[in-house]
Design a protein around this ligand. Structure first.
Ligand SMILES: [Zn+2]
Length: 179
């Protein structure tokens, strides 16, 4: 599976999420199971879903990986209870913050990363984390992650030094930080 290779390449070797078919994308708190929309498992179901909704997101391998990286952020958060750490709360906010469907995004905000459409990171601290994690995990960011994210530097180093990474990946991050 493409995603497993990507996890390995990112240095995520200690944490193995489960996958199951669900109604929609998501990771039920506090599990480490990634729900993948069931219709993605069958080409004819994809066709039906596309027919009903007119628009079909997350079907191409590129889209799938984007969602998987995002959900992996939730997995890491829950597996290591990052949301209980002071440093995490300082950077992303409180997990207790209510989840509102009607959030008012600031489209030009530089405080948040943009990954999935819809300024998703601004929705909730957990989503902010998942989106930041997804950007960090995206191939091509390796090596430039620490310079390009800019003001997100401390956030990305929180990710890059976590216990879910291989020691090799962590020493790579340390080298980048000390520059
Ligand atoms: Zn999410």
């Amino acid at each position: 599976m493409l995603f497993r290779r990507e996890l390995e390449r990112a240095g995520i070797v200690r944490l193995h999420p489960d996958f199951y078919l669900a109604n929609e994308w998501g990771v039920p708190f506090p599990s480490i199971s990634i729900g993948i929309p069931f219709y993605l498992a069958q080409p004819d179901l994809i066709a039906i879903h596309a027919d009903r909704n007119g628009y079909m997101e997350g079907v191409s391998p590129t889209d799938l990986l984007r969602f998987l990286r995002h959900e992996m952020g939730h997995v890491v958060n829950y597996a290591y209870k990052l949301y209980e750490q002071e440093d995490w709360t300082r950077q992303f906010g409180s997990m207790m913050q209510p989840y509102t469907e009607e959030y008012r995004p600031q489209p030009f905000s530089r405080r948040y990363v943009r990954h999935l459409p819809g300024w998703y990171a601004q929705k909730h601290p957990d989503e902010d984390w998942a989106e930041t994690f997804a950007v960090w995990m995206t191939p091509g960011w390796i090596g430039v992650r620490f310079t390009r994210i800019g003001r997100k530097r401390s956030r990305s180093s929180t990710i890059a030094t976590g216990p879910w990474l291989s020691s090799r990946a962590r020493s790579f991050a340390d080298g980048h930080r000390s520059r």
